[in-house]
Design a protein around this ligand. Structure first.
Ligand code: ATP
Ligand code: MG
Length: 249
């Protein structure tokens, strides 16, 4: 699906590839109007980070994976941007964890839900993975949220103990934390409400963070939760890396 004309040796190849994926998703009706704005905000922070995975981001990814691995009912939440940018990686991670993926979008319309679910189904078939995909028939609500934003599956998000919500909005992140869940966020902005409120925040670009987790799932036989993990310190380290980048050369 990534047969773009861009040259892989182009210094901005990864960034161009992600933009291309969003364009394709936009054409398929998967994205809300604000999707490009959210992506642009992420890109700006990634530029400051030097578009690389920092040590603190890596430690957050490993802690996230450990929580998910030791969860009783892990679930991976997917919104429009996540489906567009990283459906394959999310499906692979769900297969490794033997847990469901739940499509859960901020601006829910039947058309967008259908477009996202059919895209994920296509990718699932192409990868030949056995993953349960939820989102088609929500039968529960997230307490504290109003309207369609609250809709979720009882056997998915509602019952989960550990949830990965990449690129999540602050309000929804807060509602999930209030439910007592361990909430893992992937967000390049260490100052966002989601980044601050989550249990573990990976300050890294979505596809890189997922790559770190998938690689570790293959290479690390033991994944232990670090009991001395310091969420605040990891967030501050992410911000500091951005400031350091500004002072280099
Ligand atoms: P909040 O609601 O948490 O205060 P926000 O309103 O600024 O955050 P949203 O639009 O709700 O932001 O969520 C998008 C978030 O995802 C932004 O913080 C942005 O930096 C981040 N983001 C966008 N694209 C990516 C990406 N590819 N990888 C990682 N983070 C990303
Ligand atoms: Mg927001």
């Amino acid at each position: 699906m990534d047969d773009i004309a861009a040259d892989p040796s182009h210094p901005r190849y990864a960034s161009l590839l992600m933009r291309h994926r969003l364009e394709v998703a936009e054409e398929r009706g998967m994205l809300a109007g604000s999707a490009m704005i959210a992506h642009g905000r992420g890109e700006a922070f990634d530029y400051l980070l030097g578009e690389r995975t920092t040590e603190s981001a890596r430690s957050a990814s490993l802690q996230a994976l450990a929580y998910l691995r030791h969860a009783k009912r892990p679930v991976l939440s997917v919104n429009g941007n996540v489906a567009a940018l990283a459906s394959d990686a999310m499906l692979r991670l769900a297969a490794f964890l033997s847990c469901p993926l739940e499509v859960n979008i901020f601006y829910r319309t039947p058309e967008r839900m259908k477009a996202i679910l059919s895209f994920i189904d296509e990718r699932k078939a192409a990868l030949d993975l056995d993953v349960k995909v939820l989102g088609h028939a929500p039968d529960a609500t997230i307490p504290g949220l109003k309207g369609p934003r609250a809709a979720c599956h009882k056997e998915g998000i509602l019952a989960s103990d550990v949830i990965l919500v990449p690129l999540e909005d602050g309000d929804r992140c807060e509602a999930l934390v209030k439910m007592g869940k361990t909430v893992v966020v992937i967000d390049l902005n260490p100052l966002s409400r989601s980044a601050k409120l989550a249990s573990v925040t990976i300050v890294d670009e979505l596809s890189r963070a997922l790559e770190t987790m998938l690689e570790a799932s293959e290479t690390m036989s033991e994944l232990t939760i670090d009991t001395s993990y310091d969420h605040q310190a990891v967030l501050s380290a992410g911000l500091q890396e951005m400031l350091n980048g500004l002072n280099e050369d």
